[in-house]
Design a protein around this ligand. Structure first.
Ligand SMILES: CC(=O)N[C@H]1[C@@H](OP(=O)(O)OP(=O)(O)OC[C@H]2O[C@@H](n3ccc(=O)[nH]c3=O)[C@H](O)[C@@H]2O)O[C@H](CO)[C@@H](O)[C@@H]1O
Ligand SMILES: C=C(OP(=O)(O)O)C(=O)O
Length: 438
């Protein structure tokens, strides 16, 4: 087992590039199920454990998968007969496996998927996915831990989502690409990753309109084919580096980051006294010695992303006063705060709001990630903490961050990743150059 060890107190300086987006590439891989002729050639693919897991699932479904990790390219070919069952071993490890359901049902008329459980951030039901697929004509049954969906034909209709679920929008949108007639999805998710998927589907021959707005309209076609597609850059990875730069009072250019995808974060950073400059080659973040407190509420896009909430709470804890974080998307996404308490954080949780008392003098401790972004938050806290922080449960970080510790080390962090059993001494534990904060 491995852990990340950080000797805190070093400001981040320099340039760092972000990868292709995890949350864009996973549904794009699932769209490979439609590549019945030609090859879906995806570029700018991040090398993440989730991507590898989705590849394994696709191989299990009898899709030919070639992943050139060095070049960040995946080729998917589904020209042969494919299987329709996604077993528990895949779905339990990665909830995003659910997005194979729409394409499988549409392509083969049948999909059998293990029911995904909840995870550390909440219960994560899939009722909206199923409701939409039923409205398209699928007959869905649930038994023995599986969902079985059957449809001789899918027929376009009007679907209203009670909540703009990202995964439900993706599943329904993909199924509708080859349904008869026109499907509209109202109150759908507007995330940039939805637009990325729609753009790729359209290149594959689909006719999807309105992605990025709250109504998507899909005119069904007979079949889809392969195409070349470049995965969009990861706005959550970019946001994580932006917050890390601000937390360490650094000066970092995040290459490939697009400000239009991170507007709510940029606005909050600026409110807190951080300078954010939109450049041709990315986003430059310059920290401040005195961070101002802030009130943040997560919401579906274009609101503040829940996937940056844990990282943002670290910055809020550093601010000079009391900050608020209201989490409206997932009901249990404050588990990182329990770990941060062990690093000196003081806070109270009232219903879905965390009241965060700053300024915190984080002190290094041994902590464990409870999920992907909780892990990122702990690493950021470690970067500013007095002394040594050790972060365990790196399997979560590997789901969504490629070379995280190497990238941070390149920016000047004193950080290493070691095997827990190795007797590695990290530099010295003597007093560190802790950045001044008001
Ligand atoms: C692989 C991927 O892209 N993951 C992202 C995706 O997850 P995911 O697609 O699972 O997120 P959803 O937008 O579906 O879920 C948001 C909320 O809706 C609820 N819900 C969802 C579906 C449903 O059928 N019923 C229901 O009640 C969920 O429990 C949750 O509280 O969007 C989330 C919200 O931006 C992000 O945090 C995840 O990183
Ligand atoms: C919650 C996340 O992902 P997933 O939906 O894949 O669990 C995330 O990326 O923060």
């Amino acid at each position: 087992m491995e852990k990340i060890i950080i000797k805190g107190g070093h400001r981040l300086f320099g340039r760092i590039a972000v990868e292709g987006a995890k949350n864009a590439v996973l549904p794009l891989q699932a769209a490979g199920i439609f590549a019945s002729t030609g090859t879906l050639h995806l570029t700018n693919v991040p090398v993440l454990s989730d991507v590898l897991m989705m590849n394994e699932l696709l191989k299990f479904l009898n899709i030919r998968v070639q992943f050139n990790q060095e070049n960040h390219v995946i080729d998917l070919n589904a020209s042969q007969k494919i299987s329709s069952e996604a077993p528990f071993q895949y779905v339990s490890k990665m909830r995003a496996s659910m997005v194979v359901m729409g394409p499988l049902l549409a392509r083969t008329g049948y999909a059998k998927i293990a029911i995904p459980g909840g995870c550390a951030i909440g219960s994560r039901p899939i009722d909206l996915h199923l409701k939409g697929l039923r409205q398209l004509g699928a007959v869905i049954e649930q038994h023995d831990g599986y969902i079985e969906a059957r449809a001789d034909r899918l027929v376009g209709t009007n679907i209203y989502l009670d909540f703009p679920s990202v995964g439900a929008t993706q599943n329904i949108m993909m199924a509708a690409t080859v349904a008869e007639g026109i499907t509209t999805i109202e109150n759908c998710a507007r995330e940039p990753e939805i637009v990325d998927l729609a753009n790729a589907l359209n290149k594959m021959g689909a006719r999807v309109h309105g992605a990025g707005t709250d109504v998507i309209r899909i005119q069904g076609v007979n079949f889809l084919h392969g195409c070349d597609y470049r995965v969009m850059s990861d706005r959550i990875e970019a946001g994580t580096f932006m917050i890390a730069a601000a937390a360490t009072n650094g000066d970092v250019v995040i290459e490939n980051a697009e400000s239009k995808y991170n507007e709510p974060l940029i606005a909050k950073l600026q409110d807190m006294g951080v300078t954010v400059i939109d450049q041709d080659d990315g986003i430059r973040v310059l920290g401040t010695s005195v961070l101002l407190p802030s009130a943040v509420q997560t919401a579906p896009y274009p609101g503040f992303p829940t996937d940056l909430q844990p990282q943002m709470t670290v910055l809020q804890l550093l601010a000079n006063g009391t900050s608020m974080m209201n989490e409206t998307v997932f009901e249990k996404r404050f588990m990182h705060l329990e770990e941060l308490r062990r690093m000196n954080a003081e806070y109270q949780i009232k219903n879905s709001t965390a009241v965060l008392s700053g300024p915190t003098k984080f002190s290094g401790a041994e902590v464990a990630a409870t999920d992907l972004r909780a892990g990122a938050a702990l690493v950021i806290a470690g970067l500013v903490a007095q002394g040594i922080t050790q972060v365990r449960n790196l399997k979560y970080l590997d789901r969504g961050y490629y070379h995280l510790h190497q990238k941070l080390a390149r920016l000047g962090a004193q950080i290493d990743r070691v095997n827990i059993d190795d007797q590695i001494e990290l530099a010295s534990t003597e007093a560190v150059n802790h950045p001044e904060r008001g």
